[in-house]
Write a new protein. Structure first.
Lengths: 112, 116
């Protein structure tokens, strides 16, 4: 059974610092991994999608890496801004099946 | 492109009533997934549907919960005889291909159900 863990559960940084969010998983038989952002009381916004065959994806200040052999993905957010404050979720799609398995999320606060 | 549309955004029901949650997938998407987010918990898969077919309902509670995706109209998640423990945010996602393998999933804004 796939287990997805996100550490830390919460993170507070001053504006301008780089953010490093971790996602670890137990079953390396994945199809892809997707990072989402969730604002309080709102839905999920897709940030980056990494296919199983890829090592990383980049979009603006965001960079996500994937290391299947060690069961880890890392989301980097450069030069954080107060607007980056949100909960960040990683989700895995198994090679077989259509269910996303979510981590518990990391709640980020960027202080001005 | 209006994205995945869910309504209502907020729903309040008394214990014992029925709750109906609606989801219209993105244009061109024919696969719909429902997830539930209980307070202080992560998102959990409930059910995966294609038009007129339930493909995987392994995450659905066996009683009181049902889902459909008719040929015409939105997907409906129905909860009968609601209890306080059903209070949660219910999210719908859609994908253009089986499993969202290529383009990933697009989520709606969710329906927040409160049972009083």
């Amino acid at each position: 059974k796939q287990e997805v863990t996100q550490i830390p559960a919460a993170l507070s940084v001053p504006e301008g610092e780089n953010l490093v969010l971790n996602c670890s998983f137990t079953d390396s038989a994945i199809y892809n991994l997707q990072w989402f952002r969730q604002d309080p009381g709102k839905g999920l916004t897709s940030l980056l999608l990494i296919q199983s065959s890829q090592r990383e994806q980049t979009s603006g200040r965001l960079n996500a890496s994937l290391d299947k052999s060690s069961g880890r993905s890392t989301l980097y957010i450069a030069a954080s801004q107060p607007g980056d404050s949100a909960t960040y979720l990683c989700a895995l799609l198994k090679a077989a099946g259509n269910k996303l398995t979510f981590g518990g999320g990391t709640r980020v606060l960027v202080k001005p | 492109n209006a994205g995945v549309m869910q309504n209502p955004r907020h729903l309040v029901r008394r214990r014992g009533q029925e709750a109906r949650l609606r989801c219209s997938p993105m244009k061109g998407h024919s696969h719909v997934y429902w997830y539930r987010q209980l307070p202080e918990e992560g998102l959990k898969f409930m059910v995966y549907l294609q038009k007129e077919n339930i493909i995987d309902e392994s995450g659905m509670p066996k009683e009181r919960f049902s889902a459909e995706f008719p040929k015409e109209g939105p997907s409906i998640l129905r909860i009968q005889q609601v209890v306080r423990g059903d209070s949660a945010a219910y999210f719908c996602a859609s994908s253009p291909t089986t499993g969202g393998a290529i383009e990933g999933y697009t989520f709606g804004s969710g329906t927040r159900l409160t049972v009083v």
